[in-house]
Design a protein around this ligand. Sequence first.
Ligand code: MN
Length: 173
Amino acid sequence: MGQNMGLTEYRGKRDFKVTSEPRGTKRSAPSARSHDLRFVIQEHHASHLHYDFRLELEGVLKSWAVPKGPPLKPGVKRLAVQVEDHPVSYGSFEGTIPEGEYGAGTVRIWDEGTWNSNSSSESSARNALKNGVLKFELHGRRLRGQWALVRMKRAKTDNAWLLIKEKDGEKST
Ligand code: MN
């Protein structure tokens, strides 16, 4: 799920007449990219509090819901459930999704910044995700250093990942 679907699934789940979330547009092709790739973590007080971890890649935000929030200590692993791709403009969204709507509750930005994968290009990062292991560096206000996303094997669904803090010399707050 969430693979190569563009924003169809994202839009299908939301009524933009009711929610103030952005409808979004798919950004230009990677070759036209002239900015650093963004990441954002949104604290989402929905029916269950979780942290939405989003990495910009190929014109969308690849997204995971992390119930316990991102790990800060090396070696710590947190469940990260991949959800539908979000538009890049979602990375600036803060507000309240009305009751009865998908994801109802308040959203606020917990951290944001830029990221780079240990692969050299967006297409190699895409392949790393497809293969279930993406290693990357975050340059945020709170999170700095190395993390990895690893798809869980033998999970019942293919959307279960682990977000893992890797050893580095950085200190996150
Ligand atoms: Mn969420």
